[in-house]
Structures are given as C-alpha cells and as structure tokens.
Design a protein around this ligand. Structure first.
Ligand SMILES: NC(=O)c1ccc[n+]([C@@H]2O[C@H](COP(=O)([O-])OP(=O)(O)OC[C@H]3O[C@@H](n4cnc5c(N)ncnc54)[C@H](OP(=O)(O)O)[C@@H]3O)[C@@H](O)[C@H]2O)c1
Length: 274
C-alpha cells in the first residue's frame, strides 16, 4: 500500500553531489524523493533531513547496486510501499582514475560495467513495466565525458559509460513511443561532489577546485535545475541527450585547451580523463 500521494523520484546513487541535489530540487516541487546510496548511512540521513527541513519529503536506503537483486527490490518496494515512480535518476559512476591496461584487472573492468552499464539495464527492466502501464515516466541518466570519448587510462570507465550511452539510445527507441522519456546527460567537467571526486582526490580536492578558477567546477545545484527542466519537457519536445561543462573547460570533442591556439602554448593532451 503506497504511503505517499506525491509523485516519486527514485535516485540510485544519492551522494552530496548531483544525486542529493537533484533529490532536493524535485522534493522542492512536491515530489517524494527516495535516495539510495551504498555505504554512508550518516550522509544519507543528512540529505534526507536537509530535504525535510526545507519542507520536502524524502526517505533513504542503503544498497549495493552492483549486487544482483538490489535495484529490483528497491523498485518493487518503492512502487508498492511508497508510490508510483514518476522519475528515476541513474546516477552511479564508474570512475576509478586513470589506470593502464595492465593495472586494470578483469574484476575491475567487470565492476565498472556492472555500475556504469548493467545497473541501468536492470533499473529500466524493473521500473519500465509500471511506467508503461501508466503511459508516462522519465529516466534521467547522469553520464560523463568517457561516454563519448575514450581516453588514456579509461579502459574500464569509458567502455562502461559508452555502453550506457548506447543503452539510453536503445531504450529510447523502444520506449519513447510508449511514453517513457530517457535523457542521457553528459557531464563534461568536474563536479563539486565531495562523495565521489572529493574521495578520489582526497586532500587535493580543495586545491584542485581552486585551480579551476571561479565557476570552473560544476555546481550540482545548478546542474539539478537542468534535470528538473528535462523532467518537465512536453513529449513533443524531449531532449534525449545533452552535455554541460563549466565555461572555461575544454569540450569533449576538442582536446586542445581553450586559448591554446591563440597563444601557441598548446598542450594537446588537454584534460583527457573527465
Ligand atoms: N563528480 C564528478 O566530477 C563527475 C564528473 C563527470 C560525471 N560525473 C557523473 O556523475 C554521477 C555521480 O554524481 P556525483 O559525482 O555528483 O556523485 P554523488 O551524487 O554525490 O554520489 C554518488 C553516490 O553513488 C553512490 N554509489 C557508488 N557506488 C554505489 C553502489 N555500488 N551502490 C549504490 N550506491 C553507490 C555513492 O554512495 P556512497 O558514498 O554511500 O558509497 C555516492 O555517494 C556519475 O554518473 C558520474 O559518472 C561526475
């Protein structure tokens, strides 16, 4: 029996960066946000409390999305015990930093695929039948530069994220005519995300952000505005893919840093591992 009469946003991968900010943005508009993350109970409850303190509605759960059955159980529980999932956000990354081929064991590659690609397939498998039955639903998919460009050291990440991109296109081909909107968001720059990039960089995180200059790192609250907009689009004008980056960052299709051509100081390697 559903406990919420609000539309539900389900976030798989809800940390203090994009996941948590998108949850807060939707909750502000009257959604009940269901937040799921892997390990940080305290961080999870903090995000839920922040949403509630702002007048919104949210619940949280811990799950390891790489384990079979976890996403499926969460979808079933949410549909039956919370309310109909109007929108799902698949926000799990698979970035492990740059690793040479022989520093990328089979298991690492497979785990990247499980999080980057297979988990999205499982979410669609679990959530779409009810959405199709209702005739509408939205699946927002956070992605990365590696979805559109392979870079040195990104064997696992790029393969997983490019697969994710093609999966989004394939899902769209089958499900757009059934009322389901799938939007693949290429985040082509660094995000102020303490639970992911922050942990990857450790005590270099603050210096890294400072080195990018003013507005040189994506603010997840700003990004959340785009996610909200995507979920509001009328079906006669759906966006299926878009990319975003800070104003000073090098676009994914060009690995020559901005300004390098004019000054002749090109370091043609550019920020390859975004
Ligand atoms: N951060 C960046 O600079 C950046 C750049 C480009 C693209 N992206 C994309 O942005 C998305 C992530 O957003 P974000 O970086 O802002 O992170 P975020 O929303 O702050 O946090 C993502 C959360 O995913 C959770 N997670 C990781 N593995 C999981 C698993 N196996 N099962 C369940 N939850 C798991 C983590 O939970 P715990 O903390 O509890 O382990 C983490 O807090 C990814 O799709 C990534 O590709 C990020």
């Amino acid at each position: 029996m559903a406990t919420s009469d609000k539309p539900v946003l389900l976030v798989i991968g809800a940390g203090a960066g994009i996941g948590g900010h998108v949850a807060a943005r939707f909750a502000r508009e009257g959604y009940h946000a269901v937040l799921a993350r892997r390990s940080d109970e305290e961080g999870l409850q903090r995000l839920v409390a922040e949403i509630e303190e702002a007048g919104g509605s949210a619940t949280g759960t811990l799950l390891n999305a790489s384990e079979d059955g976890t996403i499926e159980e969460l979808v079933e529980h949410t549909e039956h015990d919370v309310g109909p999932i109007h929108c799902a956000l698949y926000n799990l990354g698979a970035q492990i930093g740059n690793r040479a081929l022989h520093d990328t064991p089979h298991r690492t590659f497979e785990l990247g695929w499980r999080l980057g690609c297979f988990g999205l397939f499982r979410l669609a498998h679990a959530a779409f039948p009810a959405m199709v039955g209702r005739g509408h639903g939205t699946l927002l998919v956070t992605s990365a530069t590696a979805a559109v460009r392979g870079n040195e050291g990104q064997h696992s990440h790029a393969a997983a994220m490019a697969g994710r991109r093609m999966l989004c296109q394939t899902l769209n081909a089958e499900f757009a005519p059934q009322g389901i909107h799938v939007a693949h968001v290429v985040v082509d720059g660094s995000v102020d995300a303490p639970d992911t990039l922050g942990k990857l960089l450790g005590d270099r995180f603050e210096a890294y952000k400072a080195s990018k200059g003013e507005d040189g790192v994506i603010d997840p609250a700003a990004l959340a505005e785009t996610y909200w907009h995507l979920a509001q689009q009328p079906r006669n004008a759906w966006t299926h893919e878009l990319d975003l980056r800070p104003w000073t960052d090098t676009p994914w299709w060009n690995d020559i840093p901005i300004g390098a051509i004019d000054t002749g100081t090109s370091d043609s390697r550019g920020p390859r591992s975004k």
